[in-house]
Design a protein around this ligand. Structure first.
Ligand SMILES: NC(=O)N[C@@H](CC(=O)O)C(=O)O
Ligand SMILES: [Zn+2]
Ligand SMILES: [Zn+2]
Length: 321
């Protein structure tokens, strides 16, 4: 099967040696990816944006980085200057996930920024979790999404890496809400993290949840819902950091083989999820790239640089050419 212009709507590439180790997997399988800005220090100004984009371009071919910047209290001039060169601005509640210490302490603080983003047609991307009980954090954030959607009716808001089924119900209630779904929230549950021996490699934020949540997410994705887009949230951490509890799952190497098995021949829905929905929802102008997947056994890598990938060593029925 041939996929037309696959796009990963949520990707962490990091910097330096880590970027060099992980980027080939995304550049091989995707035409473009939305690049997350939670570096240390964050990508939150023009200079950092440009140098990071150059680093990505210098280490890949035929791969379009759609850059995000880290939410802070930008001025109108800064936003006017950034608008042409970014896909979206990413809002992290302070301290809620990896490298989000400098995130937003109170959403009201950035209301003036959101006002200008709405005018300039810059989408807002959100890591939506409260600091409540771990399994309730996404569900509890629903009221924040609803308030944002109502207060800024023309602002396009992306609920990132949805893991709680309730959030998906908001898509049909608010025109301006969209969602990304990861491979791990689509396929895994808490059993894969703590059901047997503790598996820190499957630990991420938001945490993978119940079979009920996973099944609802699968149903939504299989329905071809236009507002649901693939965003891997592939987030590599060195094994030694994972063993100290770092949140993030490195899925990049196995994405298309795993999704090909999931869609099991339904290429039409696969194509929408992996590309068409994103391109239509956000008028993305990404150079066309065809990616061929063949039916042939393929073994996922055991290790990539210092990182253990999702489904390490697993044999898939499909291989990316
Ligand atoms: N998903 C994660 O658990 N971690 C991500 C950050 C994020 O997307 O929240 C990371 O950068 O490691
Ligand atoms: Zn996140
Ligand atoms: Zn992420």
């Amino acid at each position: 099967m041939i996929l037309n212009t696959p796009i990963d709507m949520h990707l962490h590439l990091r910097e330096g040696k880590m970027l060099k180790d992980v980027i080939p997997y995304s550049a091989k399988q995707f035409a473009a990816a939305v690049i997350m800005p939670n570096l240390v220090p964050p990508v939150d100004n023009r200079q950092r944006l440009e140098s990071y984009k150059e680093e990505i371009l210098a280490n890949s071919e035929n791969f379009t980085p759609l850059m995000n910047v880290f939410m802070r209290e930008y001025t109108e001039d800064e936003l006017l200057d950034l608008a042409e060169d970014i896909f979206a601005i990413k809002l992290y509640p302070a301290g809620i996930t990896t490298n989000s210490e400098g995130g937003v302490k109170s959403i009201e603080n950035v209301y003036p920024v959101l006002e200008i983003m709405q005018e300039l047609n810059i989408p807002l991307s959100v890591h939506g979790e409260t600091n409540g009980f771990v399994l309730d954090r996404e569900r509890e954030f629903a009221v924040v999404y609803e308030k944002l959607a109502r207060d800024f009716p023309k602002l396009k808001i992306i609920m990132e890496h949805v893991g709680s089924a309730e959030l998906l119900d908001l898509l049909d209630r608010y025109d301006n809400l969209y969602a990304t779904v990861t491979l791990h929230h689509l396929l895994l549950t808490l059993d894969d993290l703590i059901g047997g021996a503790l598996n820190p490699h499957n630990f991420c934020k938001p945490v993978i949840k119940t079979p009920k949540d996973r099944d609802a997410i699968q149903k939504f994705v299989k329905s071809g819902h236009k507002k649901v887009m693939f965003g891997s949230d592939s987030a590599p951490h060195p094994i030694k950091n994972k063993l100290k509890g770092a949140a993030g799952l490195f899925s990049a190497p196995v994405i298309l083989p795993a999704l090909a098995e999931f869609f099991d021949g339904d290429i039409e829905t696969f194509q929408k999820f992996i590309s068409d929905n994103a391109r239509e929802n956000f008028n993305l102008n990404v150079p066309e790239k065809k990616v061929e997947i063949i039916e042939e056994e393929w073994t996922a890598p055991y290790i990539v640089g210092e990182v253990k990938p999702m489904f390490a060593g697993r044999v898939f029925r499909y291989k990316v050419l």
